[in-house]
Write a protein that binds this ligand. Structure first.
Ligand SMILES: NC(=O)c1ccc[n+]([C@@H]2O[C@H](COP(=O)([O-])OP(=O)(O)OC[C@H]3O[C@@H](n4cnc5c(N)ncnc54)[C@H](OP(=O)(O)O)[C@@H]3O)[C@@H](O)[C@H]2O)c1
Length: 347
């Protein structure tokens, strides 16, 4: 077995800012020796990384809710892993943790950086490693707080969620069902639509890839009383189609706009926005990190649903740090089915 002094840390660094869909040329493989663990710090081994659509935004120059990844820096990524060396009494070797690991095999953290890196222990009795990246992790928190705090669902209301078979979407739809809403998903392809209805219990799902006008026709059929809450993960034309069907006092949660992330022309904003005026409706953005001090409450609630079988959690696991550049693209082609996770090492 190798000692810390002989461990090599393989990494993926950002080599160049992409135009459109990222390619291999935007990345650079690197390796460096794992440094000594500082006093009060820990050495973590990466087990699995969360691949997120937001990564595309972090590759761009410019101001956002979080600074861009610099050229030459290790790509930012949330993940789960294990403590393999500790000089901190709060963390023992063998503890499982969640943190911003970066796309690399090891992370050495000084105590002063624990909070900034979101280091927290995770309990594998509550959920599996991959569930801690999905419904119990960042996407689950996004779905939970976006729906509950911004959407404020009431039993009997109609909730529409796009990206329905994805990480955030599956959480949103299942919580909305638990809260007594009628839930209509929007997803790409028959297989995903069938899964959200049959396995997750959504009332209906619209296949937006079924042809021109499919979303409009699907909303007409499945939302006869209109849309009270729209949880928007995709933006673009689908947002416009839903805007045309909202009810008075509707709430639209702007969570993401994945249809626009690789645009090489300016982002398409909503054309039907006057529907907000007519319907006295509101559209509000959400950034999950704002809810960090309440994550534990949502985790406790969702862990209960997982345990009693009211909630399912589907992850799509790809393997190997070096596959990161190709794996990331799956989010933008829709090849992922469930939360996309990159397994870096066996536990
Ligand atoms: N605001 C926040 O704090 C926050 C936090 C987390 C995530 N997000 C956002 O939430 C959204 C979902 O993220 P996720 O992690 O749950 O990803 P995901 O849904 O698991 O994966 C992305 C999915 O987006 C769909 N998609 C890709 N291109 C599309 C297009 N042109 N039109 C419509 N759908 C398209 C694909 O599904 P189909 O096969 O169905 O097309 C793909 O599987 C993203 O917009 C992300 O940026 C926001």
């Amino acid at each position: 077995m190798s000692t810390v002094a002989t461990l090599t840390n393989h990494q993926i660094r950002l080599a160049a800012r992409p135009v459109g869909i990222p390619t291999r040329a935007n990345w650079q493989s690197a390796s460096e020796a794992v440094p000594e663990t500082p006093e009060g710090g820990v050495l973590l081994k990466t087990l699995a990384l969360s691949l997120d659509p937001a990564m595309r935004g972090w590759m761009n120059e410019g101001k956002s809710y979080i600074p861009p990844v610099g050229i030459g820096e290790v790509m930012r990524a949330g993940g789960v892993g294990k403590v393999i060396a500790s000089k901190n009494s709060k963390y023992a070797v063998g503890d499982h943790v969640s943190a911003t690991f970066g796309v690399q095999e090891y992370l050495t953290l000084a105590e002063a950086d624990f909070k900034r890196n979101g280091l927290v222990k995770i309990d594998l009795k509550v959920g599996s490693l991959t569930q801690w990246l999905n419904v119990l992790g960042m996407p689950g928190m996004t779905g939970y707080f976006g729906l509950m705090d911004v959407g404020q669902p009431k039993a009997g209301e109609t909730v529409v969620v796009s990206g329905a078979a994805g990480a955030v979407g599956q959480t949103v739809g299942q919580i909305a069902k638990i809260k007594g809403c009628r839930v209509v998903g929007i997803a790409g392809g028959a297989a995903k639509c069938e899964w959200v209805v049959k396995e997750l219990g959504f009332d209906a799902c619209i296949d937006y890839k079924a042809g021109p006008g499919a979303v409009r026709a699907g909303l007409k059929e499945h939302c006869p009383k209109g849309v009270d809450i729209y949880f928007d993960n995709v933006g673009g034309e689908i947002l416009d189609d839903v805007l045309a069907k909202i009810t008075r006092g509707a709430r639209i949660i702007i969570c993401g706009a994945i249809s626009q992330y690789n645009n090489t022309t300016p982002i398409q904003g909503p054309k039907n926005y006057l529907s907000l005026l007519v319907n006295r409706a509101r559209m509000e953005g959400i950034v999950v990190f704002d809810y960090a001090d309440r994550y534990h409450l949502a985790v406790a609630e969702m862990a209960g649903y997982l345990k009693d079988g009211r909630m399912k959690s589907k992850e799509d696991v790809v393997k190997g740090l070096d596959t990161f550049p190709e794996a990331l693209i799956k989010l933008f082609t829709g090849e992922n089915f469930g939360k996309l996770v990159l397994q870096v090492a066996e536990d």
